[in-house]
Design a protein around this ligand. Structure first.
Ligand code: B4P
Length: 191
């Protein structure tokens, strides 16, 4: 299986690049952000609970997102592999993911980390906020999302570096040029 963690700060382009990756590699795309937003749109209890956390730019508790991902992996047992987009975002999430995949006799192949300067990230998110209606794309929530990222999420890169699975990619440029850089990394791995 080809199991990719797509990593980076808020607005780095994880969701954007995932769309191209699923087309080319026929992998199952698991975005915790998308799953949570679907719960909010559906007005579920989980959605109501997650909305107040996400709107502030805080992270949803580990046990909630771990259970969500576990359910999705179990529902896709025949998959050629997975793109994990926006997950894991904390060390406990990364440890849980390793355990879940080991139970299925597979593992993470690599982490592709998109590197983008902070001023570019802020301008992307503010721009998206003007059209998307996303409640977390305003200045206060964006600042909090960066704080959460620095404190809780960045250490996840070291977790995979220690496993020799971390690949840093320049996340600035055209969507195609960034996709080519990711393909360059993935060419070393097979499904
Ligand atoms: P996510 O949905 O994961 O969102 P993100 O980090 O904002 O975005 P991403 O990096 O995917 O950026 P995108 O491609 O959209 O998380 C939202 C919230 O959900 C979190 O704050 C948290 O509350 C919660 N959550 C999710 N997962 C969680 C977890 N595991 N644990 C706990 N909580 C969790 O790109 C952004 C913008 O940039 C777009 O407008 C795009 O068009 C633009 N863009 C992309 N690439 C570009 C490029 N090369 N040049 C110019 N613009 C570009």
């Amino acid at each position: 299986m080809l199991n990719i963690v797509l990593f980076g700060p808020p607005g780095a382009g994880k969701g954007t690049q995932s769309q191209s990756l699923i087309e080319k590699y026929s992998l199952v795309h698991l975005s915790t952000g998308d799953i949570l937003r679907a719960e909010i749109a559906g007005g579920t209890e989980l959605g109501k609970y997650a909305k107040q956390i996400m709107d502030k730019g805080d992270l949803v508790p580990d046990e909630v997102v771990i259970q969500m991902i576990s359910n999705k992996i179990d529902a896709n047992l025949a998959a050629k592999g997975f793109i994990f987009d926006g997950f894991p975002r904390t060390i406990p999430q990364a440890q849980a993911l390793d355990e879940m995949l080991a139970q299925k006799e597979t593992a993470i192949s690599c982490m592709v980390s998109l590197t983008v300067p902070e001023d570019e990230l802020v301008s992307r998110l503010i721009k998206r906020g003007q059209t998307s209606g996303r409640a977390d794309d305003n200045e206060t929530a964006i600042r909090n999302r960066f704080n959460e990222y620095m404190k809780k999420t960045l250490p996840v890169a070291s977790f995979y570096q220690n496993q020799h699975k971390l690949y840093q990619i320049d996340g600035v440029g055209s969507l195609d040029s960034i996709f080519e850089r990711i393909e360059g990394v993935l060419s070393h791995f097979s499904a």
